[in-house]
Design a protein around this ligand. Sequence first.
Ligand SMILES: [Mg+2]
Length: 231
Amino acid sequence: MTDGPVAILFDIDGTLITSGGAGTRAWALAFDEVYGVKVDISQFSDLGMTDPEVAVRSFEAVLGRKPQPKELVSILERHVHYLAQTVESSERYKVLDGAEELLTDLIGRGYMLGLVSGNSEKGAHIKLSRANLNRFFSFGGFGSDSADRSELTKTALQRAELAFGRQIALPQFLSVGDTARDVEAAHAVGIKCVGVATSKFTKQDLLDAGADYVIGSLREGLPIQSSVSVQ
Ligand SMILES: [Mg+2]
C-alpha cells in the first residue's frame, strides 16, 4: 500500500473545462419551456453549487415558492435535455489548460480518477463528452446523488472503494477543484484539496478558503509523488 494518493477526484466546471455559459443557457431554456419564465440563474446561484441547489434557488426566485419534488425532478430533467444542445453549440466551450495532458499522465501512472461535481451524472457526462474526456474517469459523485456537495463527495469516495475493490484510507484521496465549495466539501469528508485558480477564485482566495495546495492551472501538475503503485 502506498502512502500517497490512489484516487484523485476532479471537479468539472472551471477545473477541467468551461462550457462557455452552456449550463446557464440550458437552465433558461428549461424554465422557459416548463413555466414560460425568463431565468438568468447567474443572479441566484454561485460557482460550485449543485444542480439541485441552482434549480431550487432559481425556482423560488422566479415563481415565489418552493418546488414540489415532482417539479424539481422535471426541471432538472429538462435542464439536462437542453444541456446536450447548449454544450454542443457553445462557442466558448474549452478544455482548460493542461487538463487532458494531466489526466493522461495520471492514468498512465496508475491513479484512479473520479469526478466530483454538482452537475447531475448525465449533465457531467454531456459536458465532458464534447472533449472526449469521460474516458478517464471510473467513478464519481454528482448533483444527482445529493444536493449537498459534501454528501456527493462522500458518495464519490464510496464508489472509488467499490471500483478499487477494497477500502481506501482518507489520506489516499485527493480532490481538485476551482472554488471554495470544492475545498469545503473535501474537508467535510476528511480529504485534502488542491485549489486550481482557473476561474473566478484566485490562488489567494483558494488559500483563504483553506485549500491544502494551490496551482495556477492543471499544466503545473499536482503536488503528488512522481509514481504510485496500486496493488
Ligand atoms: Mg467548479
